[in-house]
Design a protein around this ligand. Structure first.
Ligand code: BYC
Ligand code: FE
Ligand code: FE
Length: 475
């Protein structure tokens, strides 16, 4: 196992102290990162001790340590999964050749674009979530928010490391730009759509960590297959942290639904007004938030038919998530069936497999999203509400990228007349009124023994601590 140097300013397992120019470049970037964190990171609580986990090695058994730390003093480090001996390219046209330890000249700009796009999402999410501390439903949730935030900060470090170490001057410039674009900024926004959407309430936060961090999981899995070995190893380790982010989303949504069901049972009513006046969120509104964040996140996979994706696969830059599951790793003259839309008609189409890589990844993602939906529906059933269920909207609904972009498909995938669609859209997505109601529930709860009205207490604490542990020291 590679040893961690914790004495250095930047914790790492890349032997940074023996690469002075890289060390200098990173130490030059570090104060800019800290100043970005101060300005654009979590609002409030920066001087408080927070119970956080910090990556200290890449050892599966004990990669993290837990302890109280002030966020600005968090030790953002650089960790890559261990290097394998004799690793070979395992998909695309160069299959069987050794993986690259340096960036091949031909692929330099494409690899840089992939790394910059990945890197851009990490600080974007911190910016999107920066006000949520003011409305946390509990101290436990507050701590989870900050855990996610510091780790997204570390993911930014991971990409900045690759830019500094392998892309010279333009890499350093890109690393600066990652701190200059801002989520939702009119003039200099983040690169991908979803990362410019405001996350101004905790329902959106849980939906984002369930749906959008899961895009992260699938994109990282694809990049973990890359023939550019430092990128593959970096992404492999990032996936370890990603699991917790999605867990925060899944358990948050579960607790929210549980609270709703408890009240439906107690008050013997399924009327949204009754549930709302009791301080919880009716299932219809929860479904609308699912519709919003799922449809937004689907765009993050790119077009269903994509030459970018085909070239990235052919050149071994980006594979399919879990490439080992497939028999054919070249996919040169193979085809994939997708639905297409041309001249007002939806039809089954066969496209070259390589061009369908985005859609293949998206389908794996949709299946994964459905696991939580099934779990929530079992919970609803357990409470005896057979007639209710949650579901994912059609992948054609509310798309902005790809075949279905800007077309009036409803949540069931039916093509509607535009005026009819426009009339119905507010019944599928959170309306201004819904948002107003959700915001009215967002009241900060800082008593460790209490939880906001709209969500149940967590089932267990963090790292075997009590549920009511002081996850954030308020004194
Ligand atoms: N918004 O052939 P196309 C995470 C652009 S999340 C705006 O359709 P391609 C995280 C595209 O860039 C994971 N623009 O798609 C989660 C291209 O532009 P150019 C992030 C979009 O290139 C939560 C054009 O449309 N990681 O980690 O095959 C919290 C045509 O492209 C969008 C990555 O994304 C969009 N939604 O695939 C924290 C991995 N979609 O080049 C973190 C790296 C597409 O013509 N990125 N476009 O100007 C990639 O692999 C690819 O860039 C994409 C797009 C999958 C995003
Ligand atoms: Fe991340
Ligand atoms: Fe994440």
């Amino acid at each position: 196992m590679s040893k961690l140097n914790y004495q250095e300013r930047i914790p790492n397992n890349i032997d940074l102290s023996n690469d002075l120019s890289l060390q200098r470049a990173l130490e030059h970037w570090q104060p800019k990162f800290k100043s970005w964190w101060k300005d654009m990171g979590p609002e409030g609580f920066q001087s408080y001790d927070v119970y956080l986990r910090t990556a200290i090695s890449v050892d599966a058994a004990g990669w993290a340590s837990y302890g109280k730390v002030k966020m600005p003093e968090y030790r953002w480090g650089i960790f890559l999964a261990d290097q394998a001996n004799d690793k070979k390219i395992h998909f695309g046209d160069s299959i069987g050749k050794p993986v690259w330890q340096q960036v091949p000249g031909d692929y330099r700009s494409v690899l840089r674009r992939l790394i910059v796009t990945q890197g851009d999402t990490e600080p974007a999410s911190v910016e999107q979530q920066r006000m949520l501390g003011k409305t946390c439903p509990s101290i436990y949730d507050l701590r989870n928010l900050f855990q996610v935030n510091v780790e997204e900060g570390r993911h930014l470090w991971a990409m900045v490391y690759l830019l500094h170490a392998y892309f010279g001057r333009d890499g350093r410039e890109e690393a600066e730009s990652l701190l200059e674009r801002n989520s939702g900024d009119q003039d200099n926004p983040r690169i991908l759509g979803t990362f410019n959407e405001p996350i101004s309430d905790w329902v959106s936060f849980f939906m984002f960590t369930y749906f959008t961090d899961r895009d992260g999981k699938y994109q990282l899995k694809s990049l973990a297959e890359s023939s550019f070995d430092p990128l593959a190893r970096t992404c492999q380790f990032m996936l370890t942290e990603e699991a917790h982010h999605m867990q925060v989303g899944e358990s948050g949504i579960t607790r929210m639904i549980e609270r709703t069901l408890e009240l439906m049972k107690k008050l013997n009513s399924d009327s949204p007004e009754t549930i709302r006046s009791a301080g919880a969120i009716d299932l219809i509104t929860i479904q609308k938030y699912i519709n919003f964040w799922f449809s937004s996140s689907l765009d993050l996979f790119g077009s269903e038919i994509s030459t970018n994706a085909a070239t990235a696969f052919a050149n071994g830059l980006k594979g399919r998530p879990d490439e080992f599951r497939y028999d054919n790793h070249i996919e040169k003259d193979t085809f994939y069936e997708i639905e297409n839309y041309v001249d007002g008609k939806v039809f089954k189409d066969k496209v070259p497999m390589r061009n369908a890589m985005n859609e293949i990844t998206r389908r794996a993602y949709v299946d994964d999203c459905n696991i939580g939906i099934k779990r929530w529906n079992r919970l609803i059933k357990k409470y005896g509400y057979e007639e209710y269920s949650l579901s994912l909207p059609s992948t054609k609904f509310r798309r902005n990228i790809g075949i279905w972009a800007n077309l009036p498909f409803d949540i069931n995938g039916n093509f509607l007349k535009t005026e009819y669609y426009n009339k119905l859209i507010s019944s599928w997505l959170p309306s201004d009124n819904d948002k107003k109601f959700i915001n009215s529930l967002m009241i900060q709860e800082l008593d460790p023994s209490k939880t906001a009205s709209w969500i149940t207490k967590p089932k267990r604490g963090i790292n075997n601590q009590d549920i009511e542990f002081d996850y954030v020291d308020l004194n």
